[in-house]
Write a protein that binds this ligand. Sequence first.
Ligand code: UD1
Ligand code: UDP
Length: 366
Amino acid sequence: MKPKIHLVVGARPNFIKASPVYRSLNQLNKFELKLVNTGQHYDQNMSSIFIQELRMKEPDINLEVGSGLHGEQTGKILSLYEKVLIKDKPNMVIVFGDVNSTIACSLAAAKLGIPIAHVESGLRSFDWKMPEEINRVLTDRLSTFLFTTSPEAKDNLINEGISIEKIHFVGNTMIDSLIEFQDKFEKSNVRENLDIQGDYALITLHRPSNVDNGNNLKKLINSIQNTSKIIPCIFPIHPRTKKKLQSAKLYNELLNNKRIKLIDPMGYIDFMCLQMNARIVLTDSGGIQEETTFFGVPCITVRENTERPITISNGTNKLIGAEYDKIPEEIEDTIKDKCDKYSIPTLWDGNSAGRISKILDLYFFD
Ligand code: UD1
Ligand code: UDP
């Protein structure tokens, strides 16, 4: 019988990180693989569009948890997935990133003594106000295989007492997807469809620290309005942010600005086309800090800290904190410069998933 491995997805970035790992393990033809979708994200353009565009198979198991408070959502996933694990008895669970689905499924597996492999291990913002930091630290503590994307992750893990044999520097599977689908981004006609000519700033925002507080959100939107006087903006809006803007009565104000294209969240291929061709990106996303570094597109990150410091030391990323009123000036200054001082981090080479499957192959068959 082939060893059975579950790969857990749920939120938008999980699909992008999991797809190459699934494909690489599948090519070995030595494992029975099951894709488990928690349903943390459920809108078509936050979930199933990624399964289609990344050529993933339909999930074998759907937990359909939907949204909720942290305890509610995490608890629901934990309880539903525990039942799946008891019935299906996988030999390993692979989890990705730092979302509630990651920690909930790790906890369920750990309590049943099932080994966990964590892809994107060891990233630390050292900011315990972020729900993701809690998810990252706890998932790493429970994992047997810690697959890291950048060198400083190893030091973070060792400082937390994790033994070095568990840590494997494999590179970045999100960049594997980027490299695999890059020719598709180039062929996308999203810019013609959106009637975009010339330079633009691409904006994504969804961190609770930026969008959940009405006062912060108001200041942020004011700055985006001012930014649009400098450069046209495209703003594919995360559902969390859309809801907050609507309840703060700021949504229509943005919609009426002809220099801002306020659009629904986009599928992977079109979004990546917009990202690689942007003059500048303004974001609070984790993954987009990395993708802009790979593309060499300047990125201004609206956060006090980042768990991805390599995007600053090697890449094109700059943290601006919560000083929202500085955004237009920062953008204006940045787009004046040629951004040529960046390098792609080591092992962000499209082969990270291959390294992971080689390690797991050895573990199960050596
Ligand atoms: C989650 C992750 C975050 C990640 C982000 C990626 C946690 C704690 N947070 O944040 O780390 O960066 O996903 O996008 O796991 N909603 C919809 N439709 C959907 C999904 C969400 O309308 O398909 C709305 C709901 O009102 C929901 C809100 O968005 O309450 C937030 O969704 P949730 O998954 O709780 O957190 P995100 O902000 O998406
Ligand atoms: N993304 C996308 N469409 C969008 C916005 C983002 O395909 O409208 C992609 C983005 O390129 C990256 C991933 O989603 O690959 C990042 O997800 P998100 O910002 O939601 O989560 P985070 O990385 O912050 O956890």
